[in-house]
Design a protein around this ligand. Structure first.
Ligand code: ZN
Length: 98
């Protein structure tokens, strides 16, 4: 279950992307003899990256059902559906408009 949770996927993608951009920046830093932390500070916005990842996850794999509190359901979608196992059967509080 842990491996299918939204936050696991979000952290996993953030980690992969972070490693990838660090390696790219380090290579550019070596090739052009520029300080790598200067490049990272100037060109990489970590808040934007995690915002984009969570936004994409919410639109593509997170259940579109709304829970009692009015928030979007935090479960993953079942294949070929917009909803998780529970919200496939009933949408008591409605769904997110896409
Ligand atoms: Zn759901």
């Amino acid at each position: 279950m842990k491996y299918k949770s939204i936050s696991f996927i979000q952290n996993y993608l953030t980690q992969i992307i972070t490693e990838e951009y660090n390696s790219i920046i380090d290579n550019i830093s070596k090739d052009y003899n520029i300080n790598s932390s200067y490049l990272k500070n100037k060109y990489i916005n970590k808040k934007n990256i995690s915002y984009n990842i969570s936004n994409n996850i919410n639109l593509s794999i997170r259940c579109s059902g709304i829970i009692k509190s009015g928030c979007q359901c935090a479960r993953t979608r079942k294949s070929n559906s917009l909803f998780c196992k529970i919200h496939q059967k009933t949408l008591k509080f409605g769904k997110i408009i896409l």
